[in-house]
Ligand binder design. Structure first.
Ligand code: IVH
Length: 668
């Protein structure tokens, strides 16, 4: 292909991909692939200046603002993007470039931050009052989303000082919120968000600020426009100023000076970022001294004083080899994608979920397709979409099964619903599924009742339905004699079963396997009903009054408690001593923190310092007063400072939030 044609083709492709990414919230290619195309175009344009165009994508940042529903606002100072790097060699090159441009006059220091995977926002305050919030848009012109950002709690409406200032940061959807929202969307039969970034982007573009409020977006700031105007000398000072004004930062801004140190910290954050409640797609390295920024200047797209280091992509492409059909505890028949093995976010993936047949039809997926798969937060890998552009004609249509792939019974598709169901009550897959669900970590968390063992116990008649689990001790001697089942493992199993009787009402409710009721709804229903008797008496109308319960769930819960078999099961479980009310919940004095040391820093939200210290001691932990190698956990609240910094340098210290602390206490 002639150079001119290739340039044209590259521009077209890049424009198309950018439009999908920024405007439609959809990625057609991975970041690496996108960058490759962009770099190729940059090279070609450099070599062939006669074809340079001012509106080439190499000169543009972000979306072209097609179809925006919001008022357009011109940025007073352009919102730049960052150039990307993918290995430490490229970081080294960046540092060399900086040194060269500074003509070795001064040795800069660097700040390493996390790169938040969300949407950038510029917020203007006048006399300390929030007056406007604008998205990046194409870097020059953005969308006015003031109404929506007013609904974001972490964006203060009034600063702690009466100051005129423009600050920039990233809007994200916390991973914990993302999981909850998707759980609920699944239950309500709505399409789930592919990842927190898409969810955040879709939310911020809502025309209804109420929805924005409900979703629980968060914002972290990392930039003060015209910092020098406020006497700022360094980027670390900017971080401090943001915090002082009441603007939330990630608190991760490490001042480093050598490539070695930078390399070590990037490696550290590659894993440590998993503990954060927001998605990160890399790190950002910035020259710390603001006075050097103007010497280094900008390219048309990005500052020469900063660079992004991108972590390996979470979305990758691979080949769809086949589809197998799985039957779950409710009889739901689910297609599972069998894939050519590929690595996603550090783990090997061979299978991914496809939810239901309608999704295959909607996404137009065929066997033999190259598909994008993604691991979003804690959700199992999913097939995002086929790459239709790469079809060869050899691909095969996927057909829905006519009979249950496990027991051969006929399948049913309820009117208006998308799922195919096996209606045979004694389908082995359904029975197995019920046990698996009951003993799972989110349920009764019983160890030692894996799939194989349940299968054997079913065959031997020790188990018929889940209530028999609490009667297994009568077969103790027989079980001990079984192959691969020593005395010790039987004892462990029986202890674990006994221990499970202490689980909270919400976990018991989850374990019952009420169709449509997952972790989120089980918690909600337990909280609202306080005990099973009340819940069982609720009519569909009563259930619908609970905020978060829709038609489908209300019907399902109501029908579940109408079924004699289920009532019988509940009565039996009650007689074995399981918790069916919130009051009766075992006030466990578990020594979860036996021998562990704690230190609290920063301002907490839910508890006072003394209260959390009491909690720590109640659960067997010890409070320390300073950061040292002997410290196991640092609990960080808002505006944590030097203690956090020091703790980040000691790898063995686990840094957790107040919320995470209580999750551990609750055994979540
Ligand atoms: S600095 C001139 N710092 O990444 C300063 N950006 O790929 C440019 N981002 O547009 C931005 N975390 O939306 C900066 N700690 C961070 C960031 C960050 C995420 C985003 C930002 C930017 C994009 C570039």
């Amino acid at each position: 292909m002639k150079k001119e044609e290739r340039i044209k083709k590259l521009r077209e492709l890049i424009e198309k991909y950018s439009y999908y990414y920024y405007t439609l919230n959809e990625s057609l290619v991975s970041d690496i692939e996108f960058d490759k195309l962009l770099r190729e175009l940059e090279e070609l344009e450099k070599e062939n200046p006669q074809y340079t165009m001012f509106n080439s994508p190499t000169n543009q940042v972000g979306s072209s603002l097609k179809n925006t529903k919001f008022t357009k606002v011109t940025h007073k100072e352009k919102m730049l993007s960052l150039s990307n790097s993918y290995n430490i060699g490229e970081i080294e090159d960046f540092i060399k470039r900086v040194d060269k441009l500074l003509e070795e006059r001064k040795k800069p220091s660097y700040v390493l931050e996390v790169k938040l995977d969300g949407l950038s926002i510029s917020v203007t305050y006048k006399g300390g009052k929030l007056v406007q919030g604008v998205t990046r848009g194409d870097g020059m012109i953005g969308e006015d989303v003031t109404e929506n950002i007013l609904q974001i709690q972490s964006i203060p409406k009034i600063l702690k000082e009466k100051i005129d200032i423009e600050v920039r940061g990233e809007i994200v959807l916390p991973i914990s919120r993302f999981i909850k929202i998707n759980e609920k969307r699944l239950v309500d039969g709505e399409e789930i968000f592919a990842n927190p970034r898409n969810a955040a982007s879709g939310t911020l573009r809502q025309l209804d600020p109420e929805i924005v409020k409900e979703r629980g977006l968060d914002c972290y700031f990392y930039f003060v426009v015209d910092g020098e105007k406020y006497g700022l000398k360094s980027h670390s000072e900017a971080f401090e100023m943001l915090e002082r004004l009441g603007l939330k930062t990630t608190k991760i801004a490490e001042v480093l000076s050598s490539v070695d140190e930078i390399d070590k910290r990037i490696e550290y954050w590659k894993d440590a970022r998993e503990k954060l409640d927001y998605e990160t797609d890399g790190m950002v390295l910035k020259v710390n001294e603001i006075e050097y920024w103007s010497i280094l200047g900008n390219t048309t797209k990005s500052p020469r004083w900063a660079i992004a280091y991108k972590f390996p992509a979470k979305q990758v492409s691979t080949k769809l080899l086949d589809i197998t059909w799985q039957v779950g505890r409710t009889g739901k028949v689910t297609p599972v994608a069998e894939l050519e093995e590929v690595e996603v976010s550090g783990s090997k993936v061979k299978r991914a979920s496809l939810h239901n047949f309608d999704e295959i039809v909607r996404k137009d997926i065929k066997i033999g397709d190259k598909v994008f798969i993604e691991k979003a937060a804690e959700i199992i890998p999913q097939v995002v979409k086929p790459i239709k552009e790469l079809r060869t004609g050899e691909e095969r249509e996927i057909e829905a099964p006519k009979t249950c792939p496990i027991c051969g019974s006929s399948l049913e598709k309820e009117e208006g619903l998308v799922d195919l169901r096996c209606i045979n009550e004694s389908c082995p897959a359904k029975i197995q599924g019920k046990f698996e669900y009951f003993v799972s970590r989110d349920g009764m968390n019983i160890m030692g009742l894996g799939q194989k063992i349940v299968e054997r116990f079913l065959e031997l008649g020790y188990l018929k339905d889940i209530t028999d689990i609490y009667n297994l001790s009568q077969y103790k001697e027989e079980i001990e004699k079984l192959e691969k089942m020593g005395k010790k493992s039987v004892e462990n199993l029986l202890n674990s079963i006994e221990e499970s009787k202490k689980r909270d009402y919400s976990k018991v409710l989850y374990s019952l396997g009420i169709p449509e009721v997952g972790k989120f709804l089980a918690n909600l229903l337990a909280e609202e009903s306080k005990n099973i008797e009340t819940l069982m008496k609720m009519t569909v109308e009563d259930l619908l009054l609970i905020n978060g319960v829709g038609d489908k769930v209300a019907e399902s819960v109501y029908n579940f408690f109408k079924d004699e078999k289920n009532i019988e099961m509940i009565e039996k479980l009650k007689s074995y001593g399981l918790n069916f009310s919130q009051e009766k919940e075992s006030k466990v004095e578990r020594n979860v923190f036996e021998g562990k040391t704690f230190l609290v820093t920063g301002k907490l939200v839910k508890f006072s310092r003394n209260e959390i210290k009491e909690e720590i001691e109640k659960f067997g932990g010890k409070n320390l007063s300073a950061v040292s190698k002997n410290l196991n956990y640092l609990i960080v609240g808002e505006s944590a400072g030097s203690k956090l910094k020091k703790a980040q340098e000691i790898e063995s210290i686990k840094i957790i939030t107040e919320e995470e602390f209580f999750k551990i206490v609750k055994g979540e």
